[in-house]
Design a protein around this ligand. Structure first.
Ligand SMILES: [Zn+2]
Ligand SMILES: [Zn+2]
Length: 135
């Protein structure tokens, strides 16, 4: 049974996830900002083996500040960023919240990388905060 689903802007890439999100972060790091083109990124973290992806996905790999290999996966047709993978985290996939179909599912729990947030971005003070990525 699928718990939630999503797709890119053009619909070439679709996915279903058979798990609830384990955590949902608003991430204010520079990588998320530049990769999404938005002032912060919202990521759902799920077990990678619970996600079924259909359609062709392109990827871009870079090294994070902490030295791990980060892979960003996006639709080659419309460019929507959908997934992220950190080599240090086994069986964890991040899904960009803006691609999810079930809008009520997106309930961020923590604002992370507050140290690099854009000054004008307002923050929900009811949520937890972390200066960088909590380990
Ligand atoms: Zn697309
Ligand atoms: Zn980030």
């Amino acid at each position: 049974m699928s718990v939630f689903s999503g797709k890119c802007l053009c619909g070439e890439v679709t996915y279903t996830c058979h798990s609830e999100p384990k955590t949902i972060f608003n991430c204010h790091c520079e990588d998320c900002r530049r990769a999404t083109g938005s002032v912060f990124g919202t990521n759902l973290f799920v077990p990678e083996d619970k996600v079924e992806i259909s359609g062709k996905v392109s990827s871009y790999t870079h090294t994070s500040d902490s030295g791990s290999t980060m892979t960003k996966r996006f639709c080659p047709v419309c460019g929507s960023l959908l997934f992220g993978k950190n080599s240090a985290k086994v069986n964890v996939l991040s899904i960009r919240a803006g691609t999810v179909d079930q809008l009520d599912l997106i309930k961020p729990m923590v604002n992370v990388f507050m140290d690099s947030k854009i000054p004008s971005t307002s923050i929900d003070q009811n949520l937890k905060q972390a200066p960088r990525m909590p380990s």
